[in-house]
Ligand binder design. Structure first.
Ligand SMILES: Cc1cc2nc3c(=O)[nH]c(=O)nc-3n(C[C@H](O)[C@H](O)[C@H](O)COP(=O)(O)OP(=O)(O)OC[C@H]3O[C@@H](n4cnc5c(N)ncnc54)[C@H](O)[C@@H]3O)c2cc1C
Length: 402
């Protein structure tokens, strides 16, 4: 039994779009999920997920499956790129779970995506359409129309754009042009753990920070894989993702710790790079029967490792408001953005602040950061993160009136 004759269209089958499809279908709505790529969910790198996302997984019915595919690091560490000393440490073992009720995990993105897509496939009312590159939208007043590049037209009751940081739908809605770039580019690599022969922490999430660069690494899939992300300042960071940048890199890791240099040597830069970018927060990202979700609405630097978590929170929150507004999409979208903009703006602003003032500082600034943060107790660290990791009250839990 479906609640809507015409499907709700979702553009973008990333983690945000797939979560929104599942959340809506579980509330009884018919959904069509349009993805430009020929295949859903192929980004094959790791992702960190905070405890705040687990109540969302509960609502999506996928918590068990996610936990089975995940690893539980004992700590998230920031270490000094020159001498390897600890700058900051957030324990993510038993005391963390006791404080935040849910774990901190790392998981292969492809595994998380597969869990979401399997759940979508097992839920009636979701149509998954690959090879559907949405080029624009029309709000007809009583519905929406979305043409795709190959000439098809999709009609729906409303449109949710989860099409990422370079959202086509946002561009039509707001006309802002390219996202803000900051001169950094990220590269991701996964290698078999057996190939990691040098001395390095293979259990935790470790972030090596230095002036103009950082490296993050952690294990995946029962510790059989090692995920490495390197981020560095480059003169070649352009407004779009780079297929193969040729940055002037010789200087970047020259003075860094031997482990960092060994990590750097494992990187394969011939693969795609992600230009680090975001946008300024906005208060409103809906118009009529059209709204935005995830990176399309509030793209953030990856400093807090929360972009996907925010997209998944958006998805469940939005599905609740659509449920409560029972077909009045304009009303649902207004309540959704009102509920989400402050939290997501804080993620955007704090990510920028920490990127400049914590992750990438050098010289005396680095020493001051280390002096300041290395003395913080476990409780101090938990208090700093509570606004984020304590999570949100979902509309249906708050008993928000219909
Ligand atoms: C290096 C790096 C590390 C990160 N680490 C973390 C982390 O550890 N934890 C975390 O929570 N977040 C992390 N993030 C952020 C996270 O990746 C994003 O915030 C998240 O993927 C956003 O999800 P989304 O569904 O909104 O958009 P996306 O993941 O960008 O998905 C958008 C989807 O829309 C599709 N699409 C685009 N245009 C169209 C169109 N016109 N028609 C149809 N389909 C379209 C795309 O193909 C894609 O599938 C990281 C980001 C980077 C760059």
């Amino acid at each position: 039994m479906t609640r809507n004759e015409h499907p709700i269209l979702i553009v973008g089958g990333g983690l945000g779009g797939a979560s929104a499809a599942l959340a809506l279908a579980r509330n009884g709505f018919r959904v069509t999920l349009l993805e430009q790529a020929p295949e859903f969910g192929v980004i094959g790198y790791g992702i960190q997920l905070g405890p705040n996302v687990f109540p969302m997984f509960d609502r999506l019915g996928i918590t068990e499956a996610v936990l089975q595919a995940a690893l539980h690091p004992k700590a998230v560490l920031m270490v000094d790129s020159v001498d390897g000393g600890t700058i900051a440490r957030v324990p993510t073992g038993a005391s963390f779970v006791s404080r935040f009720k849910r774990p901190y995990i790392v998981i292969h993105r492809a595994d998380l995506h597969r869990i979401l897509l399997d759940a979508c496939a097992a839920t009636p009312n979701i149509e998954l359409v690959p090879n559907a590159d949405a080029v624009s939208f029309e709000d007809t007043g009583s519905g929406v129309r979305v043409p795709t590049r190959d000439g098809r037209i999709f009609d729906g009751a409303a449109l949710i754009a989860a099409d990422g940081i370079r959202s086509t739908i946002r561009q039509q809605m707001r006309g802002e042009g390219e996202p803000r770039t900051i001169g950094y580019v990220a590269h991701r690599t996964i290698v078999p753990m057996a190939d990691v022969t040098f001395d390095v922490d293979r259990d935790d999430v470790v972030l090596w920070s230095g002036p103009g660069f950082h490296i993050v690494h952690y294990p995946l899939r029962d510790r059989t894989l090692f995920n490495i992300v390197t981020v560095f300042k480059t003169r070649n960071a352009e407004a779009s993702d780079t297929a193969s940048p040729h940055p002037d890199l010789d200087h970047v890791y020259r003075d860094s710790h031997p482990t960092m240099r060994a990590l750097w040597a494992m990187m394969d830069l011939s693969h795609r790079g992600w230009v680090s970018s975001d946008r300024d927060p906005i208060r409103h990202w809906s118009r009529g029967r059209v709204t935005l979700l995830g990176d399309a609405a509030h793209p953030t630097l990856q400093t807090l490792a929360q972009g996907a978590c925010m997209a998944i929170e958006d998805a469940v929150c939005l599905a609740d408001f659509i449920d409560l507004s029972d077909g009045n999409f304009e009303e649902a979208f207004r309540r959704y953005e009102q509920a989400r903009y402050l939290r997501t703006a804080r993620v955007q602003y704090e990510s920028r602040y920490l990127w400049d003032n914590f992750y990438h500082v050098g010289g005396i600034e680095r020493e001051v950061a280390r002096e300041t943060w290395s003395h913080r107790t476990e409780e101090d660290m938990f208090d700093c993160l509570a606004w984020l990791y304590d999570g949100i009250d979902l509309p249906q839990q708050q008993g928000v009136a219909a």
